[in-house]
Design a protein around this ligand. Structure first.
Ligand code: F6R
Length: 243
């Protein structure tokens, strides 16, 4: 289902509503979280719902999509820090239930296999939140990734490094590798919630939703999933031919 709302605020409100409904319906459920600029508004609203309505995270389990290789959890630009700064630090989640891939694993392959087992042991992800890169990536599955890929180490595309440089003091500080859930891993979530806002996402959104399913546009793999909710602002939807 594709829903187009006028702006970022409305997309954020709607996303937070969907996530909150999921948490209320299945308090012991499993949510997959994303980082990046797009979900920040939705996370702010979840924090507000926790404060004003007691939205309860205490029995929830979470898995994050990805992490930079080489950044320690307390590095300000790590995705660990991001999640604690924008969401986990302000709600009653149990730290031991909030899973984020390590960027410092000694045996990365083992850590990736463990990660897959941990998701399986938790019963699988009920709702996976996703953003989309301007190059069509989901998580850090860059163009060329296998559509059945699993959790692994990847090299970031030059475009992603440039896009993410805004979060770092200097562009040369952006890590070049990351550990990411694979496209196959993501597609196993029971429901996917993709958010995209801004005209810089319009091309990727149109290619993902209306183009051929191809590793050149990793997000096009979402067309293979039967339960995808897409939330767009008008700018991100501007290149879709049918909405
Ligand atoms: C982040 C992630 C990425 C982002 C994407 C969009 O965990 O998996 O795929 O969702 O790069 O990032 P923003 O929202 O910053 O445009």
């Amino acid at each position: 289902m594709v829903e187009v709302l006028t702006d970022y605020q409305l997309v954020s409100d709607r996303a937070a509503g969907i996530i909150a409904d999921q948490i209320r319906a299945t308090p012991r459920g499993v949510i997959g979280f994303a980082t990046g600029g797009t979900p920040i508004g939705a996370y702010d609203r979840l924090v507000a719902l926790h404060r004003t309505q007691g939205l309860d995270f205490s029995t929830l389990t979470t898995f994050n999509l990805d992490e930079y290789v080489g950044l320690s959890p307390d590095h300000p630009q790590s995705y660990h820090s991001f999640m604690w700064q924008h969401l986990f630090g302000h709600v009653n989640i149990r730290a031991s239930h909030a899973h984020i891939l390590s960027g410092l694993a000694h045996d990365v392959d083992h850590a990736c296999t463990e990660w897959e087992h941990r998701i399986e042991a938790s019963g699988g992800i009920d709702l996976q939140i996703l953003g989309i890169g301007s190059n069509g990536h989901i998580a850090f599955n860059e163009p060329g990734s296998s559509l059945t890929s699993r959790t692994r180490v990847v090299e970031l595309a030059e475009r992603t490094v440039q896009d993410n440089a805004r979060f770092f003091d200097r562009p040369d500080k952006v890590p070049r590798t990351a550990v990411t859930m694979g496209i196959g891993t993501i597609l196993e979530a029971r429901c996917l919630l993709l958010m995209a806002t801004g005209d810089h996402k319009a091309h990727a959104v149109a290619a993902a939703l209306e183009g051929p399913i191809t590793p050149d546009v990793p997000a096009s793999a979402l067309q293979r999933h039967t339960n995808v909710h897409v939330l767009l602002d008008s700018a991100a939807a501007s290149q879709l031919s049918s909405v």
